[in-house]
Design a protein around this ligand. Structure first.
Ligand SMILES: Cc1cc2nc3c(=O)[nH]c(=O)nc-3n(C[C@H](O)[C@H](O)[C@H](O)COP(=O)(O)OP(=O)(O)OC[C@H]3O[C@@H](n4cnc5c(N)ncnc54)[C@H](O)[C@@H]3O)c2cc1C
Length: 235
């Protein structure tokens, strides 16, 4: 059963031959052979992965920009999607609060820190109820949804189709899987990564928090998973 307080994430589109496409892009840079011959070659997975890893580690990221991936995302808060849309190389189509009028009690997400305290949780639910009453009063009085939405909270549930290329996917994972990222976007991005890894296992080593690829933590406040940069510089 789906957790009503967790994002719902589905991978809806990706290239069928993702590994082969990335390999072809990488190999084309260093080969006299044509891209099509490389694409149709029978090179084994180990050879392809070795080259891809070398090219990505050297920072030749254009090779992974050929891969476009789309996710269907729902049951996330507006606070969460507001953070996601800061990623400028992503494309979004989000449920509109102008064209889709809320009816009855709008859906919302309760942050786990509030949910685990019964008293605070009840206050939160009551407050959402009050907001809903005011919103409905406004829309019933003829205020357009695009203005009535001004009273809706960050907790309001939303849905979107989000697309990005593989370079941005790795960047997104590096930033948002870090424990310094807020819990909801961290959960969402982890689920996006898991969906993709289910189909493309070879991506697992790349879809990691940035400290895993850097080898150190560059944040001021560290979770301790890796040594902090400042500590390394002082040794
Ligand atoms: C833990 C955490 C805390 C945060 N806190 C805040 C906060 O308090 N306030 C706040 O406003 N934001 C905050 N952010 C958002 C953050 O500042 C970025 O806007 C967001 O993470 C997108 O990252 P990005 O710019 O690297 O990625 P993208 O927009 O996805 O871009 C990817 C990369 O493309 C390049 N790029 C994109 N656009 C440009 C450009 N115009 N010029 C040059 N290079 C470009 C950069 O190399 C960039 O890293 C936070 C993010 C995190 C992860």
């Amino acid at each position: 059963m789906e957790d009503s307080n967790k994002p719902v994430v589905h991978l809806i589109s990706k290239p069928e031959k993702m590994l082969k496409t990335v390999y072809t892009a990488c190999r084309t840079c260093y080969s006299a052979d044509s891209p099509m011959n490389i694409y149709e070659s029978t090179d084994d997975e180990e050879k392809m992965l070795k080259l891809i890893n070398r090219v990505i580690s050297s920072g030749h990221y254009s090779t992974i920009e050929h891969i476009q991936i789309s996710f269907a995302i729902s049951n996330v808060s507006r606070a969460c999607t507001h953070q996601l849309v800061r990623h400028r190389h992503m494309s979004f189509s989000q449920k509109s609060q102008r064209y889709v009028k809320e009816k009855g009690q709008f859906d919302y997400l309760i942050p786990p820190t509030i949910e685990r305290d019964e008293n605070l949780k009840q206050k939160f639910i009551d407050f959402m109820g009050k907001i809903s009453e005011v919103y409905n009063e406004f829309t019933e009085a003829g205020i357009p949804a695009e203005d009535a939405r001004a009273v809706l909270p960050n907790a309001c549930a939303t849905s979107m189709v989000a697309s990005l290329n593989l370079r941005e996917m790795i960047h997104l994972a590096n930033l948002r899987l870090c424990t310094r990222a807020q819990y909801e976007i961290r959960t969402l991005v982890r689920m996006m990564c898991e969906e993709l890894i289910k189909e493309e296992e070879w991506l697992r080593p790349y879809l990691v928090p940035k400290c895993e690829s850097l080898g150190f933590c560059d944040e001021d406040k560290s979770c301790g998973r890796k040594p902090q940069l400042a500590t390394l510089q002082n040794t």
